[in-house]
Design a protein around this ligand. Sequence first.
Ligand SMILES: [Zn+2]
Length: 90
Amino acid sequence: MSIVCAACGKISRDREFCDHCNADLQPVDDCLPPERCPLPGGEVALSASQRKVLARVEGAVALETGPARWRVHWVSMPRSRRGDRSWTIG
Ligand SMILES: [Zn+2]
């Protein structure tokens, strides 16, 4: 089964990565972060809209644990560790 690449518009037979431009063809929903973000002050539940923001590479959300406020990114690992993403907290 083929899939149309959103990046280059060509048809790719590989459903994971585009045959032509090697774009990642996984739907964004498959890349959503977990529902809870572990922070030093405790876990924070993420809303659906916050998780969608974090699914984007450049996305970040501000979370609060008591008096502390954190800016959180959900970071993509290299392809060899596909699916293994992690939090960066600042
Ligand atoms: Zn492509």
